[in-house]
Structure formats: structure tokens, C-alpha cells
Design a protein around this ligand. Sequence first.
Ligand code: F0G
Length: 456
Amino acid sequence: MHPVEPFRIKMVEPIRLVEHEQRQAAMRLAGYNLFALRAEDVFIDLLTDSGTGAMSQAQWGAMLEGDESYAGARSFYHLADVMQKIFGFEHFVPTHQGRAAENILCAVLMKPGGYVPSNMHFDTTEANIRARGGRPENLVIEEAFHPTLQHPFKGNMDVSKLRLFIERIGSQNIPFGALTVTNNAGGGQPVSMENIRSVSEVYHEYGIPFFIDACRYAENAYFIKLREPGYAVKSTLEIAHEMFSLADGAFMSAKKDALVNIGGFLAMRDGDLYQKVCNELILREGFPTYGGLAGRDLDAIAVGLVEGLDEAYLAYRLSQTAYLAQKLLDANIPIIEPSGGHAIYVDAGHLLPHIPHGEFPGQALAAELYLQGGIRSVEIGSVMFAHEDPDSHEMLYPELELVRLAIPRRVYTQSHMDYVASVLGELGEKKETLRGYRITYSPPLLRHFTAHFEPL
Ligand code: F0G
């Protein structure tokens, strides 16, 4: 049976679908960039699952007891206790969100010309590496590039490619290695424990520190419980603990699986690294016991981390995503299969074969989804990832042109999902009428956030 929401709604936030003409005007004003819309002009907001979740009564209660002392606040120690139970790293610092943790890590470890391998880096991780003169390298398994190919752990890293890469580049040129769980840029796909263990062994064989990008570690842990032999009997807490026991550190945006609206952390085993991190943190974020957050935020994260591992919640969470996926498949909308944890990734390149990479099929689909149904999604394709090769100056396009429908945690109900599926289904029936876009303004890094477009 479909797991029913393991909560009831105590407070509501009204939403409304504005008229079609108003949606058209809003898009023109936004330069056809969905990030530039006013949220009030959006009906169902699937832009991101990051910081958009609903906190529980326990989290709101804990916030009232936040300790706002500058140093050594009680709230920090609440979080430290939970961090120890779940992640088990010797040291951690809070940060205001995930990319701040990435920035600190890159500031202390990265040297120009260094390489950082991962299964797939997320855009902010890539940008933080590039901003320090480094080069991100994505080594996800080949199966990840075949949207309809069934594989239980499509987020896995290709371990033999990793070994070859290290041999070619030289371990001295790799300041740290990463692994993103679940693999957001590749469809929210999980990574198996077996793969985490093999990746850890290879990194460690070459003396490379191993950091997990842990944003969606709880969803990953539940996928391991469901799909990996031997893990059905283990709790998600035990699974999470085992995952992190294989790493030297982790960086996390708490805005995902810690069920809060803001926050993050950088955790590590190495005491010398921790000292350097603290110095950088004080410069950029704040004192190590608050790191750019209010004390009450630390309490909300401490409670949210525990709730995020709750198995009744995770069963509901993953099945809500699977429910929307099935509805879309029934409506002949191509998506990455099997569905991932936090989002559905529509294969816009496949749906709109008449729009080439350079005219942004994902952008075309995302814009139309808003114009037709007031639904906000995000392009994860050439707008986000196409870039010039620094050596050959050739334009490099990503293999997949995707549109992500990210599902905020504990926010939308099944009938919201039904609405999304019906709008997308109707759009699929007239897909030939969609046209591409041209970029009229683009910043040097992370252009998808602020670029302007024009319909062709
Ligand atoms: N790593 C991954 C895998 C992410 O998905 C994100 C954020 C970050 C790092 C950075 O965290 O936003 O707190 O600074 N992903 C959001 C998303 C923005 O929509 O997927 P942040």
C-alpha cells in the first residue's frame, strides 16, 4: 500500500494560480529565468527541495529554546551530540549553508591546477572548485547516462575510472576526493554501500582524503536499506553511521535531509585540518560554535537530523516521488528511471528532440511548465552545465538535458502531485509547438541563477 503522510497539517500557507496573462507578463519581466520570478506568482514551487521543507512542531519548539550565546552555546552542544551519533566525525563546524562548507574546504585544501573527482559534483561544488583554480571531474558509472536503464544504484562512481584517473593525474594533484549522496546532478540516484566502500579504499590507497557531500544522506541510507542485500534488517541510523565511517569528512547542506530552512556543516577527522578550517570559518562565517547561524537554527538542525532519518518519514518521502514518477510515465513523459529520492528528472532532450543543446530544451520545457500551469521547476542541462573547454575553447555540452521537479519535504500533498502530472501530460501532447531559447545575458560563474533569455 502507498505509505500515507505520517503527519497531519497544523498550519497552512495559501497558494493561488494567477491568470495566464499575469504568468506571461511575469516571465517577460523575469527575462524568462524562473529564478527571477516572484514566488507569489508561482502555484506549485518545485524549483528546489533545498530549504523549502516544513519544520515539525518539535523543531519549532526547539527553536524557542535556542541559546544565542556568541561562544559555547547550549544549542551547539545539542547539535554536536546528534552529529556524533549520526556521522561520528571528531570535529565539525556549522556553516550558513552547504556551499559555505564547500568554500571553506576548498579555501584550505585547494591549490590552482588541482583536481577533485566525484561521482558527480553539484553546481555549487563545481563552482567552488573552479573559483580556486581547480578542476572538478565527474566519474559516475556509465549507466547514469542512460535515462531508462534500470539500476538500483545509478549514482555509483565508476571505481576503475577513478583508479585510472588518479594514476593519470597523480595523487599529489588531488587535494581531496568527493562522492555525492544521493547524486543530485545525475537524477537524485543513490550510491550503494559497496560502492562507498570501494571508493573509500581507492582514495585511501593513494592517500587522498575522502569527503562525502552528504546533503541527501538519509534518502541514500533508506535506498540502501530497500535495495542492497544485507541491509533490510539495519536501521537507517546504523546505515548512515556505516557510510560515514568510510570517509574522512563530509560537507552538508542541512537544507535538505536535516529538514531546516537554512544551515549546513563541514565535518572531519583530521585535527590539523580542523584548525585551518576554524581560522577560515572565523574570517568568513563566524565563531566555530555558531558558524554563520543563530543558536536556534542549530537546535532546529539537531532535531531535524533525527527526524530526517525516521523510517516512516523516509518511506513516505520516497514513495511520494515514486508516485509522481509513475503518473508521468503513464502520461508518456520520459524521466530518469528509476525515480530518485528528492526529485523527478524529466528528460527534456528526449521529449523535445527538435530543440538542439544550444537552444536549451530544458529551459524551453521549464518555461512552458510555468506558463501552462504555474509550476516552477529547474533546468539541469546546458544552461547549468555547458561551458567552454579551458584548453580547446570548444563548447562542451552535458550528456543529458533535464528538467528537475524537486519535491519539498512534508509540503505538498498527493493532489498537488496529481495536478503536476496532469499539466505535464497535457504539455507532452503538444510538445512539437515548443521552441528553444537564446541567452541575452550571462554571468561568468553559475549562470543559471541570473541569466536572461529570449524565446526563439
Ligand atoms: N551539494 C548538493 C548535492 C546540493 O544539491 C546542493 C544544493 C549543495 C551541495 C549546496 O548546498 O544550497 O545549501 O549551498 N542544492 C540545491 C538544489 C540548491 O536545488 O539542488 P546549499
